[in-house]
Design a protein around this ligand. Structure first.
Ligand SMILES: *[C@@H]1O[C@H](CO)[C@@H](O)[C@H](O)[C@H]1NC(C)=O
Ligand SMILES: *[C@@H]1O[C@H](CO)[C@@H](O)[C@H](O)[C@H]1NC(C)=O
Ligand SMILES: *[C@@H]1O[C@H](CO)[C@@H](O)[C@H](O)[C@H]1NC(C)=O
Ligand SMILES: *[C@@H]1O[C@H](CO)[C@@H](O)[C@H](O)[C@H]1NC(C)=O
Ligand SMILES: *[C@@H]1O[C@H](CO)[C@@H](O)[C@H](O)[C@H]1NC(C)=O
Ligand SMILES: *[C@@H]1O[C@H](CO)[C@@H](O)[C@H](O)[C@H]1NC(C)=O
Length: 383
């Protein structure tokens, strides 16, 4: 698995701006203004980092110079100055997660980065790590619960906690924690991956269900949920590839790649059903033709393909069926960004079975539009 040569592309990077087809500044402004929940802040921070400071994000060429998390001046990093006011330094978790284990951890990468120069933030990240790994309940297979009152798995968790745990593992040079993080992705897959062998949509094998627990059971194949899972594992994969200690962990990298690919393959092979033809967008529930095509899941899932094209070019790179497919989805997104930078129609981010299209701006959906723009830009320079 080759890590591309960013340095030879750095001149291009400076000289030729990539036009994704919509005004990213407007999309980013909406993401900042609309976000008001823990995971929305965390996701917006990640989007800002990938957009404005690609060299600091785990998708950059050398995110861990000398094998370490870099020392940065947080006042000069857009993502960090944005998210810092939301981070609690006097609590067990980084922010109130409203009963969620994973969501507060989505601010964890930022807390670790700020923590390199302000120890109170590193200590806060340490407490968050301990809470997720040692305090939260576990499912029957040892998967960390997304809810603190009962063992319950949500696909969303995979974007919120594992990327932070992996980053924290690098910050503390803890290979056991990085292995545990990769295992957790597999344990989530073990429970959430749908068994489609008896349905009419056998070609959609690989896609994940949304929520499985004793209190809440939502087996629908939610587009955004699959995006959360695939994008979270992509961040863990990038971290593993780019930390000098884990760069040689080929079996683990192959597993993560397989788990991400299964999701993409399922959605892609099911395109006749998963894509709503008039909009060209992925349906909110991928296997249900009654659902409208929507922008949030489409933007996040297509961003994963561009990231994977850079990380694992042999499978996902230029000329692959994956890139051709992602290009179609990206063009559908371009056609669904309005003059105010709103991606629409989105799914209601607080009620994912609400069949009224959400047109006033989904906070997470806006961040996905930014993640897509950053991934597309980097792919243009690097692939
Ligand atoms: C994008 O939007 C920003 C903010 O409103 C504006 O300043 C900029 O000129 C726009 N860029 C383009 C290319 O339209
Ligand atoms: C940023 O880029 C430079 C090269 O331009 C590199 O030496 C450095 O390690 C990179 N990474 C970080 C996290 O600063
Ligand atoms: C503080 O952490 C606890 C977990 O120990 C969490 O339940 C609570 O929501 C947090 N408080 C705030 C204000 O975020
Ligand atoms: C590394 O992480 C593992 C798994 O959470 C933990 O058991 C161990 O104590 C950690 N090691 C150090 C040195 O913190
Ligand atoms: C999927 O369902 C089929 C039919 O019920 C069953 O035979 C098979 O073992 C299941 N596969 C998994 C991985 O659970
Ligand atoms: C879609 O797949 C889920 C998960 O297997 C299943 O529960 C649901 O019934 C399927 N929906 C349709 C319309 O086939």
């Amino acid at each position: 698995m080759a890590v591309p040569d960013f340095f030879s592309a750095i001149l291009l990077y400076i000289l030729i701006p990539v036009d994704i087809g919509y005004n990213v500044s407007l999309v980013v402004d909406q993401a900042r203004h609309l976000s008001s929940h823990s995971w929305e802040y965390g996701t917006a921070a990640e989007a800002l980092l990938e957009l404005y400071d690609p060299n600091l994000s785990i998708f950059g060429p050398e995110p861990f110079p000398g094998g370490q998390v870099p020392d940065v001046d947080w006042t000069k990093v857009n993502a960090l100055s944005y998210v810092k006011p939301f981070i609690l330094t006097n609590n067990e978790t980084l922010i109130d997660g409203d009963g969620a284990v994973g969501d507060p951890a989505s601010l964890g990468v930022s807390a670790v980065m700020i923590g390199q120069t302000d120890k109170t933030y590193f200590d806060a990240a340490s407490r968050e790590q301990n809470y997720v790994v040692n305090v939260a309940p576990r499912a029957w297979n040892d998967a960390i619960s997304q809810r603190y009152n009962t063992p319950e798995l949500w696909a969303d968790f995979v974007y919120m906690a594992p990327p932070f745990l992996a980053y924290y593992a690098v910050a503390t040079a803890n290979t056991s924690l990085l292995r545990l993080t990769i295992q957790q992705c597999g344990l989530y897959r073990q429970i959430l991956q749908a068994n489609m062998t008896t349905t009419t949509q056998k070609n959609m094998q690989g896609i994940w269900e949304h929520i499985i627990g004793p209190n809440d059971y939502q087996p629908g194949l939610w587009s955004t949920g699959n995006g959360w899972a695939a994008a979270g594992m992509t961040r863990v994969l990038a971290t593993t590839l780019k930390w000098e200690i884990s760069a040689s962990w080929t079996p683990e990298q192959q597993l993560l790649t397989q788990w991400i690919k299964e999701i993409i393959d399922g959605i892609m092979e099911g395109s006749a059903t998963s894509i709503e033809p008039s909009s060209g967008l992925l349906r909110n529930y991928l296997n249900a033709t009654s659902w409208f095509g929507e922008t949030s899941g489409t933007a996040l899932i297509s961003s994963v393909v561009y990231r994977m094209a850079i990380l694992v070019p042999d499978i996902f790179g230029q000329g692959s069926i994956y890139i051709t497919w992602a290009e179609k989805l990206r063009k559908s997104i371009v056609a669904h960004v309005d003059a105010n930078g709103i991606l629409s129609p989105a799914i209601n981010p607080l009620s994912w079975d609400d069949d009224t299209p959400y047109t006033t701006g989904s906070p997470e959906g806006q961040s996905f539009g930014v993640l897509l723009a950053a991934a597309y830009r980097d792919w243009n320079y690097l692939d």
